[in-house]
Design a protein around this ligand. Structure first.
Ligand code: CA
Length: 527
């Protein structure tokens, strides 16, 4: 697959280079005009944090007081979606403001860092730019005055972090705490003559959901109600759900479930054992030991999964609180835009699944909380449709910088200010490519409107149509059913329109795509 390279064949990138050149002039002009000081921007992003595991979004399973504070003192967007619901591609969309087929990262392939990105534009526009935490784009970060990232996925415990010049192992430390420590150090050491743009990218709550000791037992005594779709039999749906391998029942491993390995197992044998899916579990409750199998085992797996997932979220919440406390204590809070999001959503047992990838609601819905006391009214809630595609232009808009014409999103600031433009989008385009991949989630594309969703698993030529108003849990595939011809035709037309509008073709759609390019930084390439 050809990656984009700057200022070469494609029109979009000629425009990109021009935009970088003019950005500082725009910024200087704004400052000379006596406009208010430009805001600082902190973008906090977790990995796989579902909105329905945040109490500000009505979580029934946990409480997140510091995240809730962002919603209470700022805005909560209720309909922000990922355009390709998987880690590395979503990160590339956020950095570039372009769909996967244009930014070159459809799966876990290496990001071409020479292309236009929002940190480069902010840096050229007078911002001090920094990123701390998970990067996972297979190439060195560009456009940052300071970067400090994990190799690959990173580790929950004893994390290693790379800068351009050094490698540090944080022995005995927990990743979520380390990332925040380093983010605070970056803020303390920043140059004072310019606003800053800081990306704080957590590993949590990504698989294998390893909590720290402070929260490891928070949920141990709780029993979570299974989602109403937990035992979904996938009736009426395409083959895709039955073929996928991200099911709580059949795909969580010994490692995921923290089952203690047999005594004496080491090396490769231990690694293989950890990757196996258990067909039973020995559980002791109130002094009584029993062996779980079948349905009882599946129910137990769900509880174990949720206990650890949510415990890692609690550490995130604590650490968001630490960042907010710093802003309070330094007087920075009023003119700092703090955004909290995740690279996509996540299934919390919904449809019997963990993970993401599918275009179903729990997977594509991203939490989006934003506080900027100088600009955003407390308690703002907006249900207009936003995309990860919009984040780059939102940052630029907040900074008073004009977004390049080749970015494909739209600033979310009007939504955050409580004023949805009359011509705001009412449909979104989605495309997922990672098949064959880790979870056998079939390639698909689709359109979501405010009332319906149409999904096409194009390599199987199978379709799903959902009425989101009357079937918000997406249990009843209406495709091909009586009375559905008109809405189906309308959605197919809208899907074709969006595909053309965003410049997508089927050029990449059926390529054999790389899986698991995980180099991350130049320093790693020599190893
Ligand atoms: Ca992710």
């Amino acid at each position: 697959m050809a990656l984009l390279s700057p200022c070469t064949r494609r029109h979009v990138l000629r425009a990109a280079c021009a935009a970088i050149a003019v950005a500082p002039i725009t910024a200087v002009s704004a400052q000379r005009a006596g406009t208010p000081a430009r805001p600082n921007i902190i973008y906090i992003m977790t990995d796989d944090h579902a909105a329905h595991a945040i109490s500000a979004y009505g979580s029934k399973v946990n409480r997140t007081p510091h995240l809730d504070r962002l919603a209470r003192e700022g805005a909560r967007l209720d309909a922000v979606f990922a355009t390709n619901s998987i880690c590395t591609p979503s990160r590339a969309v956020i950095l570039t403001g372009k769909y996967s087929h244009l930014n070159g990262v459809t799966v876990f392939n290496r990001f071409n860092g020479d292309q236009q990105t929002v940190p480069k534009l902010l840096q050229a526009g007078g911002y001090y730019t920094a990123i701390v935490g998970k990067w996972h784009l297979g190439s060195d970060p560009q456009g940052f005055d300071h970067w400090e990232i994990f190799p690959g996925q990173g580790a929950y415990f004893n994390p290693i972090m790379y800068t351009a010049a050094a490698e540090t192992t944080y022995t005995g430390r927990y990743a979520t705490d380390v990332i925040t420590d380093r983010a605070l150090d970056v803020l303390r050491a920043r140059p004072r003559g310019k606003p800053f743009f800081l990306m704080v990218h957590h590993k949590a709550p990504h698989r294998p959901w390893e909590p720290d000791s402070a929260h490891a037992h928070d949920f141990a005594g709780m029993r979570f109600a299974e989602p109403v779709t937990f035992w979904d039999r996938y009736d009426t749906r395409t083959d895709a759900l039955r073929e996928n391998r991200q099911r709580v029942a059949t795909d969580l491993t010994n490692r995921d479930l923290k089952i203690v390995p047999p005594v004496g197992l080491t090396g490769t044998a231990l690694t293989q054992w950890r990757a196996q899916v258990p067909d039973s579990a020995v559980v002791t409750t109130d002094g009584r030991t029993e062996v779980l199998r079948g349905e009882a085992l599946v129910r137990w797996k769900y509880q174990r999964y949720m206990q650890d997932y949510l415990a890692t979220v609690q550490s995130v919440d604590d650490n968001v609180g630490r960042l907010l406390a710093y802003l309070d204590s330094t007087g920075l809070a009023r003119n700092t835009l703090v955004i909290y999001s995740s690279d996509q959503g996540f299934f919390l047992g919904d449809h019997g699944l963990f993970d993401k990838r599918f275009m179903y609601e729990e997977s594509i819905r991203m939490p989006f909380l934003a506080r900027w006391p100088a600009q955003i009214k407390p308690g703002t809630v907006n249900g207009a449709m936003g995309l990860n595609l919009d984040f780059a232009e939102t940052f630029l808009d907040a900074a008073g910088l004009r977004a390049p014409n080749d970015m494909q999103g739209r600033s979310l600031l009007p939504l955050l200010r409580g004023r949805t433009p009359a011509d705001w989008r009412t449909s979104m385009y989605y495309r997922y490519y990672h098949d064959p991949g880790d979870h056998d989630t079939r390639r698909h594309l689709g359109v979501r409107t405010t009332t319906h969703k149409l999904i096409h698993f194009w390599q199987k030529d199978q379709w799903e149509l959902f009425d989101l108003v009357h079937d918000p849990q997406e249990l009843h595939n209406l495709y091909g059913q009586p009375g559905m011809a008109r809405i189906t035709a309308e959605l197919k037309a809208e899907l074709a329109r969006l595909k053309a509008y965003y410049g997508d073709t089927d050029q990449l759609a059926n390529d054999a795509l790389p899986n698991g390019v995980d180099g991350t930084v130049a320093r790693l390439r020599g190893k």
